[in-house]
Design a protein around this ligand. Sequence first.
Ligand code: SF4
Ligand code: SF4
Length: 377
Amino acid sequence: MMIDLIDAWERKLELVSRLESTLDERELESARRDPHARRLPRPCGLTVHTGLGCKFGCLYCYIYDMGFSRAPRPYPLSGLQLAYALALNPSVAPGGDGTLMAFGSVTEPFMEETADKALEYLDAVARLLGNPIQFSTKAWIDEMLAARLGSVPDRLSALVTIVTTSLHGVLEPGAPDPEKRFRSIRMLSSHGVHVCLFLRPMLPGLSERELEDILARALDSGAAGVVLGSMRVTRGIIERLRAAKYPHMGEIMRRIPGELKPGKQVTLKMGDVKRRITRLAEELGLRAYPSACAASVEVHGLGCAACGLGPCGDVSRIPDIDERGLRELSAKYDVSLENVVISDFEMLMAARGPKMRITQLREFVKGACKRRVIIRG
Ligand code: SF4
Ligand code: SF4
C-alpha cells in the first residue's frame, strides 16, 4: 500500500478551512494560540489534554513538579476548537493511519470535573480527524460511561492503570481503589473497548506475587494485554515518597542513572523488572506491550517501526512511500531534501531549511509513514 502524503496534507487543509467556516474569529484565535496547535508528538503520540491538573494526588506523579494543581478544571477549548488546533498543528498527520493521539497525560480524563470534556474531545477527534485514539485512566468507569466510550466512532485503545494493590493507599491517596479499576476493565471490555492493564510506573521493590496477582486479575477482568512503563522521578517525587515512608526507597535510589538534578526528570533503570513482568504476563497468556503506542498501533490495525522497540503491529501495514510525494510535501515546509534513502523500516535524508520546520516535517512524515525518520543537517 502506497501512502499519498500530499493527499494527507490536503485533507488537513480541507479540515482547517471547514472548521474556519464553523467557528467564530474569537474561537479560532484562542485555538490558534493553544499549545495543541504546535505541540510536538511524544513517543506515545500527540498528547491531548482534556483538563488541567489532577486531584488524585499520586505520589509518583510528575505533573505537580511541572506546576499543575490538585484542583482540576476542564481544558478551555471546545471539541471543535481542539480539532481545529490539531488540524493546524504542522506535526500532525491526519486520518486513521496518521499520528497517534494519547489522551490523559497531565490530568485524569475521567474525573467528574473533566469527563464531559474528555468525551467531547474523543468525539471531535474521532469524527473530524479520524486519528487512532488511546486514553489512560485510573477513574471508575461505570456502565453508562463505558457504554458511551464504546459508542465513540473509533476503536479506542484504553489503558487502565493499576500499579500496586498493597501500597495504593500510600501512593495514590485520591484515586479510586484498584478493586474498582479492575471493575472498570470489565466494564470497558464488556462494551467492546479494547483494554490493557497499564503498569506504569513499574514500582521497584514490589513482590513477584503482587505483580502476578495484578496481571492475573486484569486478565480475568477482560484485559487483552499489559503495557509496561518505567518509573520517572524528580527530586520532588523522591521527597514525597520518603515522607510517605515508601518501603522500597533503596530500590528506587539505586536505579537512578547518574545525578538527579533540581528541576529534572530521570527514568529509572528498570530493564530487569520489565523482563520479569513480561515473563509473568506471557506465562499467564497476557500480551505484554513494550510501550503504550505499541498497543494503540495493534488495536488500530496498523504497523509501526518508528523506534527501536518495534516493529509493532502488522508490519504489512507499514506503507510504501513515493519519494516524489515526500519532496512535494517538504516544499510545503520550506525544506529541501537531498540523498533520500527509503527502506522498509527507516528513512534517511539530508534536509535544509528552518530547524523547527524540519522537525515538524519529520514528525508529520513519521506519523504518516510509521518509520524511523533520520534527518542529517
Ligand atoms: S491520576 Fe495520573 S495525572 Fe493524576 S496524579 Fe495520578 S498519575 Fe498524575
Ligand atoms: S515501533 Fe512500536 S514502540 Fe516504537 S513508536 Fe512504533 S508503535 Fe511505538
